[in-house]
Structures are given as structure tokens and as C-alpha cells.
Design a binder for this molecule. Structure first.
Ligand code: AMP
Length: 281
């Protein structure tokens, strides 16, 4: 596996692949890699002859300085995992190389950034678009793989690709979970023992909500999910919203002929977890 730290080195690597007409599959990450990230690499390898991952903890997408400071970082272990997953190359840039000057670009997402993560993490998606657009520019991938776990992020990336006329196909990959149902996340490493124990309640509740959705209205399901999770005493729901998977407009009913996605953010102590589920199983 080629480990690339510098932009000119990346440029040479990409140029070589392009000359050989090899399709590039790209998996951007912030490191602290787990099976969720590795599944994206697996999907890329199935589809593309070359898979390139990036590891960069992007400061502009953090709205909370403590979250940025505490974000888990373990490059040595990450490189081992990537090599075992037969990833072809990894790009690990420095902050000063990615942001030689302050990025002042402001993206317009036609309102899909005003609710859920966008509402509760001001500036987050603008930062995501800043870094992903820079990485797309440097890597020039044919296909880029993102996790459905960050459901709203995938919609934001698709919107950005369309608005900027970028020639990259976006593939959304399924959520990978721990055996107890908790969606894998780098932030799970930061959970206390008691919060880690109770955290699977999030997915369990979402699954039960889907089972109940036949007989209950959207507002009833929303209240039930929030109450059920908050009753644990250890978890606190920040939001639970049901939206359609195309426009991300809050759904008034489950019977609207759309694919309705229930999206949730929950505080487990100081750690914020997100998850989602489709109501059209
Ligand atoms: P991150 O390192 O958290 O920025 O995530 C990098 C990519 O991995 C994003 O596209 C995430 O959506 C994806 N990802 C993170 N966790 C999971 C998971 N549990 N299952 C599938 N994809 C994931």
C-alpha cells in the first residue's frame, strides 16, 4: 500500500493511474478506522481497479472545539487496517497543506442543510463540502463511497456534486453495526462503559418504531422514540426526524409513497451519536 503525505506526490500517483485509464474509487475518512470504513473500501474494491482512502480530521467541519480536540487519532493502527483490507493507497495530508489559506467558500445546499445535523451543527456541512470538494479536486476519483450512517451528509455531497458539475459518481453504502446493533462510529471509542452498554437502545428503539409505524402517525412515533430513549436516563435525544430520502422534507405521514428515513442524534454523556433507519423495509 502506498502511503502518500504530500500533494505533489498524490498528483504523480493520480497522473499515473489516469494514463493507464484505471478507474479510481475514493473513500474519504477522518481515521480511527473501523469495519464501517473498511466496508466502504470493500465496496470500492469490488467496483474499481484502484482504491484510494484519505485520512484527514477536517477542522472546518467541527462546530465544537472539544469534539475536534478529543476526536480519536491512531494513524499507525489505521495504516495496518488499510493494508490488511488491501487498500491500494492512502492520502494523509497535513492541515497546512489542505488549508494553505482560510477557506471562505460558502456552499448553497438548497435548504437540505437547515434541519437535523445542519440545524444542530451550524457550519458542519459547509466544512464537509469544503474538504470533500478539495479532496475530489486533488484525487479526481471516478467513484466516491460514503456511508449511509451519515444519511444527510450523502445528500449534501450529491447536491454539491450536482451544483459544481463534478464528474464523480457517489455511492452510498449500508450502515455497519456492532453485534448489539450500535452503529459503528469512531466516537464509540470515547463512550464510558455505562454509555456504551446502553447505546444499543438507539437502534433497538428505531427498529421497534418501524414495526409500530403501521398503526401510529409520524408525530406519535416521534414522541414514542424520544420518550423511550430518554427514559433510559443515560441517553438524551437531540432530535428525531422523519424525512423523505430525496428532498429531506419532514414527512407528515408514513403513507406518502416515499422512502421515509428516521434520523436521530443522541447524547450519550458528552458524546454525540447519530443513526438512522428506513421506514420502508
Ligand atoms: P468518518 O471517518 O466518520 O468521517 O467517516 C468516513 C466515512 O465512513 C463516511 O462516509 C461515513 O459515513 C462512513 N461510515 C462511518 N461509520 C460507518 C458505519 N458504521 N457504516 C458505514 N459507513 C460508515
Amino acid at each position: 500500500m502506498q502511503v502518500i503525505y504530500k500533494i505533489p506526490e498524490l498528483a504523480l500517483y493520480i497522473e499515473r493511474l489516469k494514463k493507464q485509464n484505471l478507474e479510481i474509487g475514493f473513500v474519504p475518512t477522518m481515521g480511527a478506522l473501523h469495519e464501517g470504513h473498511l466496508s466502504l473500501i470493500g465496496n470500492s474494491k469490488k467496483r474499481c481497479p484502484v482504491t484510494l482512502t484519505s485520512i484527514f480530521v477536517n477542522p472546518t467541519q467541527f462546530n465544537d472545539p472539544n469534539d475536534l480536540k478529543n476526536y480519536p487519532r491512531d494513524l499507525e493502527t489505521d495504516l495496518k487496517k488499510l493494508a490488511s483490507a488491501s487498500c491500494d493507497a492512502v492520502f494523509v495530508p497535513s492541515e497546512s497543506d489542505m488549508y494553505p489559506e482560510k477557506d471562505t467558500r460558502v456552499f448553497d445546499f438548497d435548504g437540505i442543510d437547515t434541519l437535523m445535523e445542519g440545524e444542530h451543527r451550524p457550519g458542519h456541512f459547509n466544512g464537509v463540502a469544503q474538504i470533500v470538494s478539495k479532496l475530489f479536486d486533488l484525487v479526481n476519483p471516478d467513484v466516491a463511497f460514503f456511508g449511509q450512517k451519515d444519511f444527510q451528509q450523502v445528500a449534501i455531497i450529491r447536491k454539491m456534486v450536482k451544483k459544481l458539475n463534478l464528474n464523480v459518481q457517489i455511492v452510498a453504502c449500508p450502515i455497519i453495526r456492532e453485534t448489539d446493533g450500535l452503529a459503528m462510529s469512531s466516537r464509540n471509542l470515547l463512550l464510558t462503559e455505562e454509555h456504551r452498554k446502553i447505546a444499543p437502545l438507539i437502534h433497538q428503539t428505531l427498529m421497534q418504531a418501524v414495526a409500530k409505524s403501521n398503526g401510529l402517525s409520524v408525530p406519535q412515533i416521534k414522541s414514542w422514540v424520544v420518550e423511550t430513549i430518554n427514559q433510559s436516563g443515560l441517553l438524551k435525544v437531540e432530535y428525531f426526524e422523519v424525512v423523505d430520502d430525496q428532498q429531506l422534507i419532514p414527512s407528515k405521514t408514513f403513507k406518502n409513497g416515499k422512502n421515509n428515513i428516521g434520523c436521530i442524534a443522541v447524547w450519550a454523556g458528552n458524546i454525540r451519536l447519530i443513526d438512522n433507519i428506513s421506514f420502508n423495509l
